[in-house]
Design a protein around this ligand. Sequence first.
Ligand SMILES: Cc1cc2nc3c(=O)[nH]c(=O)nc-3n(C[C@H](O)[C@H](O)[C@H](O)COP(=O)(O)O)c2cc1C
Length: 189
Amino acid sequence: MKIVVAICGASGVVLGKRLVEFLKTKENRDKYEVHLIISEAAKEIAGFEETDLSAARKLADYSYDEDDMSAGIASSSYGVDAMTVLPCSMKTLSAIANGLCDNLINRAAENVMKTGRLLVVSPRDTPLSLAALENMAKLKGDGALIVPPVMAYYYKPRTIDDVNDFFVGKVLDCLRIEHDLYNKWGKEK
Ligand SMILES: Cc1cc2nc3c(=O)[nH]c(=O)nc-3n(C[C@H](O)[C@H](O)[C@H](O)COP(=O)(O)O)c2cc1C
């Protein structure tokens, strides 16, 4: 499965990193061809949040900067199976919803949507503006899945890692990828 993971400049860049780690575990590494795009803003926020994204870059099969418009995934003919934007800023949410295609993240997302593949977007902001809500509705109408990192308590998280794994697990559920990152209701971990 060819999967694009885009990490944008929203709080929680660690979530994108955790997703890449999961997709490239020993068990998974041959199953998923991971294309990682890290936006310039995400790099800056990684510094503020003390999250080192270099390990994710090394784990990914391919790693790009946002302005790398000559990358294979900038073309829909590359044949990506799915893409997730985790976390997604309101800026990138707007760019994707409105077909801006001004960087590799927006362009890859456009390709995934126009070829009817799976796009999973995790917008992170609170409170939400009308523009953000409308952009989410637009994307949902175009077939994307909107999966904001929203907390739940029923699975009894104890640590921040548990919370992060819940958010990443929800994205994996939408990508239809099996995982054991959180206790699903009615199932033991
Ligand atoms: C410390 C910090 C945290 C931020 N957190 C968010 C956030 O949670 N959500 C958001 O939409 N924008 C957030 N921003 C603003 C975005 O980083 C900014 O709009 C940026 O242009 C997004 O670019 P990108 O989507 O290309 O990564 C934050 C900025 C900083 C400096």
